[in-house]
Design a protein around this ligand. Structure first.
Ligand code: ZN
Length: 236
């Protein structure tokens, strides 16, 4: 009697382990951690692209302003050449040219301020981009590592499940059909319907068994059930 239930106990152990591993397998297969990381990565890449676009835009504007300043400098030079050439005949002409120089210088000054602002912006953007690209590299590395670990874990669990399947088949072969029927019936209501008597207690519900029950377990040839939880009990 005990021998048969002990086999059922072994079968139950295998099946519980199979359930546990199957659950872990599903969790790993869902790759939640990888999906989350992928989302973070995508966001960073998006941000990088936006900043890069902004940077290119500002660099283009910087070049444009630089050209404009050079053009103003050229005009200024030409203006001054005329001013100091000695070809000017009257005061009015001189005054017009002086005014033009002054106004060109003011425009130049404004443009230089804008240029400076763009340079600062560009520097700041380049710093941000560097930071994000480092972050992206770090996440990519982490992603690869987790993916590899995930695959290894999945393979390991597949192998363990394969082994348990074999163990289960061989133990089922050793169990008498009538006991298998009892087990299957009990399994419909409980995941672990077989319990051991340990220190006069049922290992399933931890209730102290009556002395009569304990005697039944050791002497009866019929299946004995825990009075409290209804599990099939056996003593080692
Ligand atoms: Zn019990």
């Amino acid at each position: 009697m005990n021998k048969e239930i002990k086999l059922l106990w072994e079968l139950q152990k295998i099946e519980l382990e199979e359930n546990k591993l199957t659950q872990i397998f599903h969790t790993l297969n869902q790759k939640k951690e990888l999906k989350n990381l992928h989302q973070i990565l995508e966001k960073q890449v998006q941000e990088f692209e936006l900043l890069k676009k902004d940077l290119d835009n500002k660099k283009e504007k910087l070049n444009q302003i630089d050209k404009e300043i050079k053009e103003i400098e050229k005009n200024l030079k030409e203006n001054e050449m005329v001013l100091y050439s000695g070809k000017i005949k009257n005061y009015k002409e001189m005054e017009t040219l002086s005014k033009k120089s002054k106004s060109l210088q003011e425009v130049k000054k404004d443009k230089e301020e804008i240029l400076l602002k763009y340079m600062e912006d560009i520097e700041e953007l380049e710093r941000k981009l560097k930071k994000i690209s480092n972050k992206i590299r770090k996440i990519q590395k982490e992603y690869k590592e987790i993916r590899l670990k995930n695959r290894e874990d999945i393979d390991k669990i597949k192998k363990e499940l394969e082994k348990l399947k074999g163990d289960r088949a061989s133990i089922i072969e050793r169990i008498k059909p009538e006991y298998l029927t009892i087990y299957k019936k009990l399994k419909a209501t409980k995941a672990d319907p077989i319990a051991k008597v340990v220190d006069s207690k049922c290992s399933g519900c931890n209730t102290i068994l009556s002395l009569a029950k304990i005697q039944e377990v050791s002497q009866y040839t019929l299946p004995v059930y825990c009075e409290n939880c209804g599990r099939l009990i056996f003593a080692e």
